[in-house]
Ligand binder design. Structure first.
Ligand SMILES: [Zn+2]
Length: 473
């Protein structure tokens, strides 16, 4: 059935032109005439076509870049053609229901979710719909893959594809590494073996992170685990309609005046980014007092105020949004003409994302400004310095780990416990933060690199050698 109905053959074949055509699928399920392109590149369409051709792929989509449709169209087509099931693995449980609801609003009822937030009746209903074949898209969390009942229902269906959302969670280089992700490959392998399949089950990975290290990690993971090569779909389109400019000022007052000037010079929807929630309020208030229509937005705001302010900006009632980096996720406002960083982003990746919210409409020219004073930078470096650990501290930690593991093969200790054992001064106020930010990050590297290094070194080399190697790594 799959060979007959789910494999494109020759150009000009009338079956394929009907059942396996990317454009027809888009029109049929979502009513759209064309796919979105990025800087003239048909990224969405190319990724859909690759999925229809049963290829495995890694797609790097900008946030809010129409990612869902890219896997939903081929999934719904396979559902129709061969009653196939597409399993979508996502760490964001609360968003799964939104996705299913959004599809229902579009008249598509083939998607279900099974996750920890469902009540037993909803859960039973989802199970039933996967089992009876009426569901063709299943959203689950990576943790659910450990459940026997999930494995059981999946073995009963023809799985046409595993879609893995937020695929940067595979990478120890990403900020959001998740141990549960490392089980996904084993799970897919087990399904394949238990069903005695001759061919791979194709995989689609999606991420908004374009970091080279992260991409390599994801590719290497699937190559190692499943011998699958992922074809990469990414937009390297340069945003030609954006202009970047950095303006240095000697004090905060001058910075504010420059902000006012910029707003006066170009009347357009504007996002002003700040780094702290309190600052979002202060600055929005000050601008309002000075006669500009501005609203604040930050992650800790209550939901109602958040969506009111966001809607006011999107609908154009308010021209200026003073926001922290929390603003922008899933916001698709095309006519933002200016993004002004009143305070500096905490990383280059975040800066690119935030500045990139200007000029979504490629017809307008948009400006991206960074306003800064020398002491803004000091603030950043102060934060960084607080979280740095020195060689002496690394030595202390290693000694502590050695002591703890002297008589045991495995131990389970929190970072803080190890830090205490290492004699770190508990009275230091920021120890919690240092441990959390730096040491935890370091520890997660150690799990990988350390395990690898230690394997080779523990038996043969001295502590000093191991230590040197660790520092070098
Ligand atoms: Zn054909």
């Amino acid at each position: 059935m799959d060979e007959l109905r789910n494999r494109p053959c020759l150009a000009g074949c009338s079956y394929c032109e009907q059942a396996l055509d990317a454009h027809r699928g888009l029109k049929l399920f979502f009513g759209f005439d064309s796919y979105r392109s990025y800087g003239g590149e048909p990224l969405q369409e190319n990724a859909v076509k690759a999925a229809i051709a049963n290829k495995s792929l890694l797609a790097i989509f900008p946030t809010g870049g129409g990612k869902s449709i890219t896997f939903q169209v081929p999934a719904l087509m396979s559902g129709e053609n061969v009653k196939g099931l597409t399993v979508v693995i996502s760490p964001l449980q609360s968003l799964m229901k939104d996705q299913v609801d959004n599809l229902e609003k579009a008249g598509i009822t083939e998607a279900v979710t099974i996750n920890g937030l469902l009540d037993p009746i909803e859960r039973a209903k989802s199970f039933e719909r996967v089992e009876d074949g009426s569901a063709s898209i299943l959203y689950i969390s990576p943790e659910s893959l450990r459940s026997r009942s999930i494995e059981h229902i999946l073995l009963g269906r023809k799985i046409v594809r595993f879609v893995i959302d937020e695929a940067h969670c595979f990478s120890a280089w990403g900020q959001d590494f998740r141990v549960d992700y490392l089980y996904i490959g084993d799970f897919i392998k087990a399904i394949r073996e238990k069903k005695n399949l001759a061919e791979d089950i194709p995989v689609s990975c999606f991420t908004a992170t374009a970091k080279q290290k992260v991409i390599e990690d994801i590719q290497a993971y699937f190559k190692d685990k499943l011998s699958i090569d992922l074809e990469v779909f990414s937009s390297n389109a340069t945003r030609t309609n954006l202009t970047y400019k950095v303006i240095q000022k000697t004090n905060q007052e001058e910075k504010y005046n420059t902000l006012r000037n910029l707003i006066e010079q170009k009347v357009c929807p504007t996002i002003v980014y700040v780094s702290r929630t309190r600052r979002a309020y202060e600055l929005a208030e000050r601008l309002t007092k000075d006669g500009y229509l501005a609203k604040p937005y930050h992650g800790k705001m209550d939901k109602k105020e958040k969506s009111e302010n966001q809607d006011a900006f999107i609908d154009g009632e308010v021209a200026i949004m003073v926001a922290t980096s929390a603003f922008g996720m899933g916001v698709d406002k095309k006519d933002v003409g200016m993004v002004i960083h009143y305070e500096i982003s905490d990383s280059l990746e975040n800066y690119i994302q935030e500045a990139g919210r200007a000029g979504r409409d490629e017809q307008i020219t948009a400006d991206c400004y960074i306003l800064y004073c020398e002491d803004d930078l000091d603030k950043h470096f102060a934060l960084l310095n607080q979280t740095k650990i020195n060689i002496k501290e690394i030595q202390q930690i290693w000694k502590a780990i050695k002591d703890i593991t002297r008589f045991r093969m495995t131990v389970s200790q929190s970072a803080l416990e190890i830090a205490k054992k290492a004699g770190w001064d508990e009275s230091i106020g920021e120890i919690e933060m240092r441990v959390k930010l730096q040491f935890l990050r370091w520890k997660s590297r150690v799990i990988f690199d350390g395990a690898r290094i230690c394997q080779g070194f523990l038996r043969t080399a001295s502590f000093a050698e191991m230590h040197r190697k660790l520092l070098k790594e």
